[in-house]
Design a protein around this ligand. Structure first.
Ligand SMILES: [Zn+2]
Length: 472
């Protein structure tokens, strides 16, 4: 029996018991007129227990507080992998309606990408993987209007299907219901979600003095040849493939243990989904150069402090990516931490952001997103209000923070009206909007809705021309 059902039954039994005491105490008090301290205490206690039962009932009755409606389906990964390996399509039920999915392998990591685990005792474990478990494709027969991003391992499958106007996410039911079967999956549409989360104040701003990045030491009084830099950093230009280091903290590592799937698989799954969005909007994709798990340095639950710890950790275990020469040497342009911590102020994500003076934005290198995927007592949300994040949230927040690294800003995001009656009743918003709503789009502004609001241009320009600065 599911653990949730046990809690529910316990709540009912305890509730009936408490109600009995409540009625008896009320009878003594109000009918018999026995006004004693003991009776009053019993009455209040019974009332309290009854409220507690009601609360447990409420929490155990919902799958996730952000999900209004969802569908359950059964998927045999063995069958799916058999078909995928033979380049055949396989069926998935979207809201009870079967569709045929056609996918091909799509890399989200470089060849022989490194897996680096920092140990408590300063030991560092290094390995690598060539495995491709990420896929991209379409619904068969709807090649033009649909899009699929899936991660498939023998133990886990997940991702999304964009079907015209509907955006479906597929997640193992086990994430939300502890005792669900391995073959049980939850499928939901973003339009059946309901939440509003703030992404304001997610930048750590750095300003550098105006300078010419192409100038070499010299000027009047300089004698002799200027030293040549080891690499010509002035020609540094990135894309369409962008190297990334994916970093995990201890809480993320431990939070995913219940899936029996390594931490870095969960990271690459989300990155594969982010890549779908980036490819469509600006033609870029991220390729993981290394995965780092660092339980030693990444300790703070304060976003700004954690971002500083991330810089230290990546510097120690990979490279000082603030230096353009190091980004060129390692082929790694950005680093992103998926943190399993419950962060201060309900922070969703944060990114460093550099400007020259107050005009030219340079983006940045380091960012992080909160990705709470720990399984909780009731499966859905625990008594402290911690909820495993929806995959949709993990993907959107990661994509948003990485957007800042390529100089995208809230100020050039857009919202537009989709339903109006005299006034606008329903808005939709682009990726970089500073409030993350359930119906934010997988879309980056391109000047269409508001002239001059063009985050795509900012990002492409940044990748091509403005990553020649040392951001330290
Ligand atoms: Zn932001």
């Amino acid at each position: 029996m599911a653990r949730k059902s046990i809690w529910k039954i316990a709540a009912i039994i305890l509730g009936i018991f408490a109600a009995g005491i409540l009625i008896y105490a009320a009878y003594l008090l109000f009918v018999k007129g026995v006004i004693e301290t003991g009776t009053i205490v019993f009455l209040l206690l019974a009332l309290l227990v009854l409220l507690l039962c009601f609360w447990i009932w409420q929490i155990t009755s919902r799958i996730h507080p952000h999900v209004k409606k969802y569908y359950l389906t059964t998927i045999s990964i063995e069958d799916v992998l058999n078909k995928v390996n033979k380049s055949e399509s396989f069926p998935i039920e979207l809201g009870g309606k079967p569709v045929e999915i056609q996918v091909v392998p799509e890399r989200a990591s470089d060849l022989a990408a490194a897996i680096i685990v920092a140990g408590e005792d300063r030991e560092i474990d290094r390995s690598s993987t060539d495995e491709v478990i990420t896929f991209a494709g379409h619904i068969a027969g709807f090649e033009e209007t649909s899009e699929v991003r899936l991660t498939i391992t023998p133990l886990m499958m997940g991702g999304y299907v964009l079907d015209g106007g509907n955006w479906w996410f597929i997640e193992p039911l086990k994430k939300f219901q502890m005792d669900a079967e391995q073959t049980d999956y939850m499928i939901y549409r973003t339009r059946d979600l309901q939440f509003k989360l703030s992404n304001k104040d997610d930048l750590v701003r750095h300003t550098m003095e105006q300078f010419d990045p192409y100038s070499l030491p010299g000027g009047s009084g300089y004698i002799g040849e200027p030293p040549l830099p080891p690499v010509d950093t002035s020609k540094h230009s990135v894309g369409p493939d962008i190297g990334i280091v994916m970093v995990a903290d201890k809480e993320f590592y431990e939070g995913v243990k219940w899936t029996n799937t390594p931490w870095y698989i969960h990271q690459i799954k989300t990155l594969n989904e982010v890549n779908g969005l980036y490819k469509k909007n600006i033609g870029f994709r991220f390729l993981t150069k290394a995965w780092i798990m660092d339980p030693v340095s990444l300790t703070s639950s304060n976003g700004k402090v954690l971002l500083t710890q991330l810089i230290t950790s990546v510097g120690k275990l990979w490279a000082n990516l603030g230096l353009v020469s190091e980004r060129m040497r390692t082929g790694t342009e950005v680093a992103h931490l998926t943190s399993g911590k419950d962060m201060d102020g309900k922070l969703l994500g944060i990114a460093d952001f550099w400007t020259v003076g107050n005009s030219l934005g340079l983006g940045g290198v380091y960012s992080l997103s909160q990705q709470y995927i720990k399984q909780t007592l009731f499966g859905g949300a625990d008594i402290f209000g911690n909820i495993p994040n929806l995959a949709y949230q993990d993907m959107m927040v990661m994509a948003h923070e990485l957007g800042h690294s390529f100089n995208a800003v809230h100020e050039e995001a857009v919202e537009w009206c989709v339903t109006s009656f005299i006034i606008c009743l329903d808005y939709e918003r682009s990726l970089m909007w500073d409030t993350y709503y359930d119906d934010n789009k997988d879309w980056i502004s391109d000047g269409k809705y508001r002239k001059g609001h063009d985050n795509r241009k900012r990002m492409i320009n940044n990748a091509k021309h403005f990553r020649t600065y040392d951001l330290v």
